[in-house]
Design a protein around this ligand. Structure first.
Ligand SMILES: [Zn+2]
Length: 192
């Protein structure tokens, strides 16, 4: 009697396992695991294949990465969602961690650090705690990599500015440089 019960239990369990494996396989065939394969497999029908993809890869406020040193460049986002990314970051505003204890570094014969008062003077200024570096929100969002770079726009957009000795002078120069002001205007236009 006991062995009979055990055998029955074994049989039930096997059935359940088989069903579980099947449902897993069905799910996998229904939702392909790699989003890229669909597009590359059918290169001629971009419009129709991209439609559902656009709806799936959305970017909202909750996807915003606070630390500018951790963000990926805008051009690495899918073309269709770049405006969503820009809008979300523009609405969040610059990352200005005023309560952070900025680390001191020995630079050109003196201990120097980022000064939080700079946040009051430059509304575009962002600070990365991870990289101990300064960034520009407008240049991150609307930097044109094809344009000739002046006053380190790509530094403020991507790499981060780390030399605190003449930081304020550099920030002032950046505030008035064409690349920065173009980015700023583009942002204003975009948000209005
Ligand atoms: Zn800028």
């Amino acid at each position: 009697m006991n062995t009979e019960l055990i055998l029955k239990f074994d049989y039930d369990l096997n059935c359940k396992l088989r069903m579980f494996k099947m449902s897993k396989r069905t799910l996998r065939t229904y939702f392909p695991s790699t989003s890229g394969t669909g597009t590359s497999a059918t290169p001629g029908t971009n419009d129709s294949t991209n439609q559902p993809k656009i709806r799936r890869v959305e970017f909202s406020q909750s996807n915003v990465v606070g630390d500018p040193g951790n963000r990926k460049p805008i051009e690495e986002y899918a073309h269709e969602i770049r405006d969503q990314v820009r809008r979300a970051y523009a609405l969040s505003g610059p990352t200005q961690p005023r309560n952070f204890i900025f680390p001191r570094k020995w630079q050109t014969g003196q201990w120097r650090s980022f000064q939080k008062t700079w946040f009051d003077e430059f509304d575009w200024l962002e600070y990365s705690e991870k990289k101990d570096a300064a960034y520009c929100l407008y240049c991150y969002l609307f930097f044109d990599p094809g344009k000739l770079e002046k006053f380190g726009s790509s530094v403020f957009a991507k790499d981060g500015y780390v030399n605190w000795k003449n930081a304020k002078d550099t920030f002032n120069q950046h505030s008035t440089c064409k690349t920065h002001n173009n980015a700023r205007l583009k942002c204003d236009d975009f948000m209005n």
